[in-house]
Design a protein around this ligand. Sequence first.
Ligand code: SAM
Length: 215
Amino acid sequence: MDFKRLRERMVERQIVARGITDAGVIAAMRRVPRHLFVPKDMAARAYEDCPVPIGAGQTISQPYMVALMTQCLHLNKSKRVLEVGTGSGYQAAVLAELSKEVYTIERIEELLLRARQTLHHLRYTNIKTFIGDGNLGVEDEDILFDAMMVTAASRRQPDRLFAQLAPDGRMVVPMGDRFSQSLMVFTKKKDRITEESVCSCTFVPLIGEYGWPLN
Ligand code: SAM
């Protein structure tokens, strides 16, 4: 299967044609081999215009949503990013192409171990992977992130994460009810947090404090 060609077509039809304009994001989506982040029997479907199952009841997000959420963060090579919900590791790889370093947290060990292996195989050296509850942010309380992305649906504003967001930092998070959310972008100003709703979306649930209990 010609994955490079499928990737090119994905970028042209799903990313550029739908209005993603950030040249860095477009280039990163061209570079990262998405088919290596899904289980082998899903590789042929990796470039489809939809989320794809990755095991443990979870999904790799639709390519357009990956590009849109990344574009919302206004990244550059000086920025440190936190991702909650590593899943396959694909989004972390796209973030790593565009920033100085990426911390990513996943609650399901099986997924985290597979993502870690894929990222190692592809020689990403600026990604730190953690197993744990992303609602809590990272354990090192002194660390601040210039950008944050939550890749699971949140029920309310994740205030603990705001505490680890640097001044002028941006956070993108799907927020709403279980089956329908708004993609929200929060920006931390000196004395307040501004918010903007980008589009509607549907994500798997964030488990825990800002999302839903595990069944
Ligand atoms: N970013 C991923 C990728 O590129 O494949 C897709 C993420 S998937 C849509 C959402 C992920 O969030 C799932 O892997 C799920 O296990 C994880 N998740 C849900 N609640 C979490 C929590 N409290 N802490 C960390 N990860 C969580």
